[in-house]
Design a binder for this molecule. Structure first.
Ligand SMILES: Cc1cc2nc3c(=O)[nH]c(=O)nc-3n(C[C@H](O)[C@H](O)[C@H](O)COP(=O)(O)OP(=O)(O)OC[C@H]3O[C@@H](n4cnc5c(N)ncnc54)[C@H](O)[C@@H]3O)c2cc1C
Length: 381
């Protein structure tokens, strides 16, 4: 076993760290305050190859591995969790399923511009009545000649209001249960597609999400992604990979808490010494640093397994569960380290606290991660 990064991985990490520090971090508070989609940063992500990191160069991507993806996600999310999730959705939830299930024609038409950042994607699985129970899809897809007609409502779709294209899940045969779910590639400018008002959120306020209303949307047969009835498999396998991205986002938030708290605790003095020298504060920081490292190792292991084409579903769920927990604990403790300054918007840790919460909810809540892990355990895996 060796823990060294390759030269390419080190280069991605350095590029992401420099970009995050110099260009993303200075804008993070304003993006949050203004609930602003950071269009100019997304354009820079595209230039740096960070919107299709693990997509082969043949299809417009950077041709790197998933370890590199995790390294970049940590750095970007350490600076701005909103920018991190925009990047994660495009990489994990949009490019990845089109790469794995799309035809060459679909890859040429959609994957190449998505991976190179000319287009931005979203992933629409959740519905008002189908969140954790994703198989309870109500959005219908009905064949009509050589077209499909799609109607329904999708909820909380990240990038929805700013996306050009959507990986969409529908139900075409309710009686078949999860085997009746079918996926499509939907151009967001298709007739009958409408986004609701962007969600007014607790955190990741620079990430635009909304409902998507689908009203008799007609899609040609070549918009089908994978096979009729194969959508659930696409969704679940995509979320396995997505969880690596969200684990890395949570890791980035946790590291932001750690960096900020250590910086503050070495400057702030009470009773004649820096507060890091009060054991109560020093121990908090020691626990935080240990958990951040553990979250990073779990996340990198899941990515490493994915790169080796070995099973990684359990490891991705463990990484997301632990990293989300770590981010939330680190954010709570960082506020405590900052004292009164932790509670006001002048300092960044209240933003980390608000941003951290979502990592326990999307791409499978922490309860669902535990169900996934327990399911593997029950099969002796
Ligand atoms: C900001 C944001 C962005 C999102 N982005 C996207 C996106 O881009 N695309 C997309 O498709 N979806 C997206 N989602 C939806 C997200 O994935 C769902 O909110 C999430 O899966 C939970 O579903 P739910 O909200 O319906 O909660 P519910 O499923 O109603 O769950 C409510 C509570 O019950 C618990 N629970 C449910 N079932 C069980 C069970 N069997 N055992 C134990 N506990 C259980 C849950 O853990 C949770 O605590 C987003 C959500 C938010 C808030």
């Amino acid at each position: 076993m060796q823990f060294d990064l390759t030269e390419d991985q080190q280069m991605v990490q350095k590029t992401a760290r420099d970009f995050a520090t110099q260009e993303v971090l200075p804008k993070a508070a304003e993006i949050d305050r203004e609930h602003r989609h950071p269009k100019e940063l997304v354009a820079r992500l595209a230039e740096l190859g960070f919107l299709g990191i693990a997509v082969p160069e043949q299809w417009g991507g950077a041709g790197m591995d998933h370890v590199s993806y995790v390294l970049a996600m940590e750095e970007i999310s350490r600076a701005c969790a909103s920018t991190g999730v925009i990047m994660s959705v495009n990489n994990s939830l949009v490019c990845d399923p089109i790469l794995r299930f799309g035809t060459d024609a679909q890859k040429a038409r959609w994957l190449t511009p998505l991976a190179s950042g000319k287009l931005l994607g979203c992933f629409a699985l959740s519905e008002p009545e189908a969140g954790s129970d994703a198989a309870a899809q109500r959005t219908t897809a009905t064949p009509d000649g050589d077209h499909w007609v799609i109607s329904g409502t999708k909820n909380w779709i990240t990038n929805g209001p700013v996306a050009d294209v959507c990986v969409l899940f529908t139900m075409n045969d309710r009686a078949a249960g999860h085997k009746g779910i079918t996926a499509f590639i939907l151009p967001m400018d298709a007739k009958g597609v409408r986004c609701g008002t962007p969600d007014d959120k607790l955190g990741i306020r620079g990430s635009k999400s909304s409902q998507i209303f689908l009203d008799d949307v007609r899609l040609p047969a070549d918009a089908l992604l994978g096979e009729v009835g194969g959508g659930f498999k696409i969704a679940m396998s995509t979320l396995d990979g997505g969880r690596i991205g969200i684990a890395a986002q949570a890791l980035g938030i946790a590291r932001a808490c750690l960096d900020d708290a250590v910086g503050y605790a070495t400057q702030r003095k009470t009773f004649g010494k820096p507060i890091i020298q009060h054991q109560a504060i020093g121990f908090k920081l020691a626990d935080m640093a240990t958990e951040v490292d553990a979250a990073r190792l779990l996340t990198l292991r899941a990515a490493w397994l994915k790169d080796r084409k070995q099973p990684y579903g359990k490891e991705a769920a463990m990484a997301k569960l632990f990293a989300a927990d770590t981010a939330n604990r680190a954010a709570r403790e960082a506020i405590q380290v900052f004292g009164g300054n932790g509670y006001v918007t002048e300092f960044p840790v209240e933003r980390h606290f608000r941003d951290a919460k979502i990592t326990e909810i999307y791409e499978g809540t922490s309860e669902i991660q535990r169900l996934v892990i327990a399911n593997y355990l029950s099969k002796g895996q």
